[in-house]
Design a protein around this ligand. Structure first.
Ligand code: ATP
Ligand code: MG
Length: 431
């Protein structure tokens, strides 16, 4: 038997309700914040990611799915979406229509990481990006948006971590000092950090190896080096979060893995997962659009890991996508023939319908109706057909009613509407 590729996974029907809920909640919320959806290819030229994410990052060094395309060109399955959204913003000249663009996209990303719980090689993200606004209020607004998204999904136990990474004016001094400081702790660092120390010392700060965390205790922190403009920017973010009563932690160790980030960096963590506790990360990347050949343009965005949110929702039990409203249980050839007709009519009237044409016994059909979770079962045998009616059974209350054949669609619709309006009503007799 051919199995799926390691680190990849199937998303089955008993999870799909959670996926749909997250995607629908996101689309509604982001629309209210003025975002438009954009859909992009999952394949891009490798050069796009090398240039935007940076050579000295884990992603570019070892996690990308890269292969030769046509004309001596290397292609890569996107490991993140920001670079692609920025590419589209530049290539499609969206900035010429309006430099301010608020865009979001939902889709799969690919990273060749060590697979484990909460870490997959194909995983899904919600990406939101704002181009053309330098104001720190937008940084705060993105965090407010994330906070509301999680609240609407009833995901609590969250902590918001924020930091400022400075800008090209103030970061180099910090980077130098940090690099020097780290060389004195050289042999305490893991092999990866030994390499990062010179070229990308900021990455050492968020290394997950415990001995590295010990080694950097007391290392200099960026917030002591922020220039006036960056310090003011960071203060405004904090003030705006206070105003919205969003609690946050200033985390000096928080850096983004991607080279193009500057100023605000943030991450949202939850205690509802194990070690893979980050559910969203983002920040400002004012230099990226220009670095990719576009105009000089401030930008800020975030990525939410959908798989991890799904894991949280699934801890509460299966979240099936679609349960039939009605299950048709025909007994005998004539009833099976008629049930085909009814099922088409009901489905076309937007009633979720499952008909069983197998010709099995009533007992077997009822068992299946129960398994698929149908609310009502429509039972029809020779006797019923002769009387010109069918029996509709409410699976919860066990109540049965006789419904004339020509009124099936209307009556079923009525029963379902009643149930939706007042889910308890069907089980309570008039009081
Ligand atoms: P982590 O610290 O967990 O490796 P990251 O900093 O690499 O995360 P980002 O690139 O900021 O993650 O992506 C944003 C979000 O995407 C993360 O917060 C996480 O929820 C999710 N994510 C990242 N990598 C994976 C993965 N391999 N599998 C599942 N979700 C992931
Ligand atoms: Mg990672």
């Amino acid at each position: 038997m051919i199995q799926l590729v390691r680190g990849f996974k199937d998303i089955l029907p008993d999870e799909i309700g959670a996926w749909n809920r997250i995607e629908k909640t996101t689309a509604d919320l982001l629309a209210s914040f003025g975002f438009s959806e954009i859909r992009l290819p999952i394949l891009e030229k490798t050069e796009l990611f090398r240039r935007s994410i940076g050579e000295m990052t884990d992603i570019v060094e070892k996690e990308m799915y890269t292969f030769p395309g046509s004309r001596d060109e290397m292609l890569t399955l996107r490991p993140e979406a920001t670079a692609s959204v920025a590419r589209a913003y530049i290539q499609q000249r969206l900035y010429a229509v309006d430099p301010i663009q608020k865009l979001y996209t939902i889709g799969p990303m690919f990273r060749k990481e060590r697979p484990q719980k909460g870490r997959y090689r194909q995983f899904y993200q919600i990406n939101a990006e704002v181009f053309g606004i330098e104001s720190p209020l937008v940084d705060a607004q993105l965090i407010v948006m994330l906070w509301s998204l999680f609240k609407r999904l009833e995901i609590f136990n969250l902590s918001v971590h924020i930091n400022s990474l400075g800008c090209p004016a103030c970061r180099p001094e910090f980077k130098n000092l940090l690099s020097g400081n780290l060389s004195s702790r050289g042999e305490l660092l893991c092999a990866d950090c030994q390499r990062r120390r010179e070229k990308n010392p900021l990455r050492v700060l968020d290394c997950k190896v415990p001995s590295c965390q010990d080694a950097i205790a007391g290392a200099p922190v960026m917030s002591d080096f922020l220039c006036q403009a960056c310090a003011r920017h960071f203060d405004s973010v904090k003030r705006a979060l206070n105003q919205q009563e969003i609690p946050y932690i200033i985390n000096h160790r928080l850096v983004r893995g991607l080279d193009y980030y500057c100023r605000t960096a943030f991450e949202i963590q939850t205690t509802q997962l194990g070690t893979q506790n980050a559910v969203a990360g983002g920040g400002r990347y004012d230099g990226l659009v220009e670095a990719l050949g576009g105009p000089s343009m401030p930008a800020v965005g975030f990525a939410v890991g959908i798989d991890r949110l799904v894991d949280i929702l699934l801890q509460r039990g299966p979240q099936p996508g679609s349960v039939p409203d009605v299950f048709i249980a025909p007994l005998g050839d004539e009833a099976i023939r008629r049930s085909f007709e009814w099922s088409c009519a009901l489905s076309l009237a937007d009633i979720k319908t499952e008909a069983d044409f197998s010709g099995k016994s009533l007992k077997a059909l009822m068992k299946r109706a129960d398994r698929v979770g149908a609310d009502f079962v429509l039972i029809a045998g020779d006797q019923e057909l002769q009387n010109g009616s069918v029996v509709v059974r409410n699976m919860k209350t066990k109540e049965q009613t006789s419904v004339p054949i020509d009124k099936i669609a209307r009556q079923i619709k009525e029963l379902i509407t009643k149930k939706i309006r007042n889910p308890e009503a069907s089980s309570q007799k008039s009081e």
